[in-house]
Design a protein around this ligand. Structure first.
Ligand code: HEC
Length: 187
């Protein structure tokens, strides 16, 4: 195990050093960690609620639990964290700003060119903040509520139409990029 870790360190060190200075490395590492806390929590909660009460019953997980969990992470870490998308379901929460929009557009291009969506990320200092985004790929489970409109369950469709009249977040296929986790911290 120790050997393996050393090998990994030797392999990744030159790569990282080429792209950022030491201070940025620390921030990038922190940002990655913070961004990684949310998706597994959401996925587990979604899965559990879908099993219990079907996808229509799990809508509240994405609607209420996601921002609540994001708020908790912010309080614990000092990093602001949110989800953004080029095709937002909840415009008021998830509309990307210019920096996030450019990153999301770049992710779509890179995914189309064959890069694995789960690895797409970007982190850098912007003005007096460190900012980081990590792509959120569509998994089969997500299709319950973000798949092609004609393939959604009737109850899901009705609930979405009622709660999100301007919904743009359907029509996805597995492997596409649904959006990104976006984190930022003042420096
Ligand atoms: C049970 C239905 C449901 C499932 C399953 C689901 N979502 Fe969502 N998703 C929603 C709803 C509802 C919203 C809007 C939440 C809000 O009001 O902030 C949303 C919002 C989002 C957003 C924020 C951007 C936006 O469009 O508002 C992202 C990103 C997202 N979902 C990704 C995913 C991913 C990735 C998966 C699979 C791992 C997934 N969702 C599974 C219902 C679902």
């Amino acid at each position: 195990m120790k050997k393996l870790l050393m090998a990994a360190a030797v392999l990744t060190a030159p790569f990282v050093a080429t792209f950022a200075n030491a201070g940025d490395d620390v921030l990038l590492g922190e940002a990655r960690k913070v961004a990684a806390t949310l998706p597994p929590k959401l996925l587990a909660a979604l899965q559990e609620e879908i099993n219990k009460s079907g996808p229509e019953g799990a809508i509240s997980v994405c609607k209420e639990m996601a921002p609540k969990a994001a708020g908790e992470v912010s309080q614990q870490t000092g990093w602001k964290i949110k989800r953004v998308s080029l095709k937002a379901r909840n415009e008021s929460r998830a509309t990307p700003d210019a920096w996030e929009k450019a990153a999301l557009e770049d992710f779509d291009k890179r995914a189309a060119a064959g890069e694995p969506p789960a690895q797409l990320e970007k982190g850098e200092k912007v003005d007096n903040e460190y900012r980081y985004v990590k792509a959120l790929p569509v998994q089969p489970l997500c299709l319950n509520c973000h798949g092609p409109a004609d393939q959604l369950g009737a109850a899901v469709k009705a609930a979405l139409a009622q709660q999100y009249p301007n919904d743009r977040a359907t029509g996805y296929a597995a492997g596409q990029i649904r959006g990104a986790i976006s984190v930022r911290k003042p420096l």
